[in-house]
Design a protein around this ligand. Structure first.
Ligand SMILES: [Mn+2]
Length: 424
């Protein structure tokens, strides 16, 4: 649980970053049509949620920053019996006034009228440049003479980089549910099952534990499908003797987890699978151990490239000197992505990797990132020894940077060969 006080201090901190004589508008998410008259499950806009903790659609948060004074206003939906009959109870103005530590609460119906008022003698208008077109159109209609448009997502994303204790607690909760899900799949008999069956088992554990949803579409990739980075069809039969790459994590109370494990269908790794698996695992653990304040993410990535290439040379997968291989990007085919990404309210958290001057942001206490080295050997790759073809392995954990190092938040999810085999 994030306290109302914490939401308020986030808003206060955001206001401090705004130019004087400005108005900032943050919209809630809108419903997205799936087909005809069915909609995707509603999920609040992460930035709006970060500043309010409010899950209702049709709400708007506004900051008015004048020379000396600032004001925060929340617009909410009307309490209407007929609408509530269909879509459930709404907070309404009266309750919202009590709950949110904002200066004023109005009905969303009054937004345009109020906006005109707020915009009088203001020079800057902030809104999220990625916002839905209709919302932006409304804003632009009323701000033709405005001096400048600025992206409110920028200062918010800067704040979202550093997680509070309460946020880390929620991420830990998400990961503990995800742990149960991955362990359930490690323990179950997977012979004769389909990838979709694995996905169902994972989602069963998520939902049973009140994790509303997965944080992203699960990847359940048997055998060579692991070599398709965003394989999400998840509908092939599992094959005895092959591995399954499972990249799946739940979202708990809006916070993500993002975990990948690669496990044998029949519970036992083959000798060849072990060679690649242990290489990726050693690199993963080495990189995790390097996480601490002031370290650059790009240096973690470079180190992971070097270690993976060293390993591939040893196994005869690549030939030549590591330095030269990397310079010529010959390893890219086998390790095409980065070492990891920020994680928080979004699985790929909306937080910057570079500062305003374009300089890379170094790790700092409270940042949460994934570490996910991998090796992908396509079944049709004629340049590598036959026995490695068709193997794809990724191991991914979620790490928080601490004052003097790191904490692996997903350390309890089995990943050694012994650990995985003894569960199956
Ligand atoms: Mn990831």
């Amino acid at each position: 649980m994030i306290s109302e006080q914490e939401y308020k201090s986030r808003r206060d901190a955001l206001v401090e970053t705004l130019s004087k004589n400005s108005v900032a508008v943050v919209f809630s998410a809108t419903y997205k049509t799936r087909s005809n008259d069915t909609e995707y499950p509603y999920r609040q806009n992460s930035n709006f949620y970060y500043l309010t903790g409010f899950k209702e659609e049709n709400s708007i948060l506004v900051f008015i920053r004048k020379k000396k004074k600032t004001k925060t206003v929340l617009f909410v939906q009307k309490k209407d019996k007929t609408i509530e009959l269909w879509t459930g109870k709404k907070e309404g103005v009266k309750k919202a006034k009590k709950r949110f530590l904002v200066d004023e609460v109005f009905l969303v119906d009054d937004f345009t009228t109020k906006l005109k008022e707020y915009l009088a003698d203001v020079k800057h208008l902030y809104f999220d440049f990625k916002q839905d077109d209709t919302d932006i159109r409304t804003l632009k209609e009323h701000t033709k003479d405005i001096y400048s448009y600025k992206n409110i997502a920028k200062p918010i994303s800067m704040m979202r980089l550093i997680k509070s204790e309460a946020e880390i607690k929620l991420i830990k909760k998400a990961i503990s549910i995800t742990k149960d899900a991955h362990h359930r799949v490690m323990m179950m008999d997977k012979l004769g099952k389909n990838e979709m069956h694995i996905q169902a088992e994972l989602e069963y554990v998520f939902k049973k534990n009140m994790a509303y949803s997965d944080a992203y579409t699960s990847i359940i990739a048997g055998g060579n499908s692991a070599n398709t980075l965003h394989y999400i069809s998840n509908n092939k039969p599992l094959v005895d003797g092959e591995l399954i790459l499972i990249d799946a994590g739940c979202e708990y109370d809006y916070y993500a987890s993002d975990i990948t494990r690669t496990i044998p269908v029949n519970g036992k790794f083959t000798k060849v699978q072990k060679e690649i698996y242990n290489l990726v695992l050693e690199v993963e653990e080495k990189i995790i151990s390097m996480v601490e304040p002031d370290v650059l993410r790009s240096d973690l990535h470079k180190k992971s490239e070097k270690l993976l290439v060293d390993g591939m040379v040893k196994l005869g997968i690549l030939k030549g000197k590591t330095k030269k291989i990397i310079k010529k990007q010959k390893h890219k085919k086998y390790y095409p992505h980065g070492i990891g990404h920020w994680m928080g309210l979004d699985v790929h958290d909306e937080a910057p990797y570079k500062d305003a001057k374009g300089k890379e942001i170094a790790l700092k206490e409270g940042m949460v990132l994934t570490i996910e080295p991998a090796l992908y050997f396509d079944k049709d790759d004629k340049y590598i020894p036959k026995e490695y073809r068709g193997i794809g392995i990724r191991i991914e954990d979620d790490i928080v940077v601490t004052k003097d190092g790191f904490e692996n938040l997903s350390v309890d999810i089995s990943k050694t060969i012994l650990g995985i085999e003894s569960l199956s």
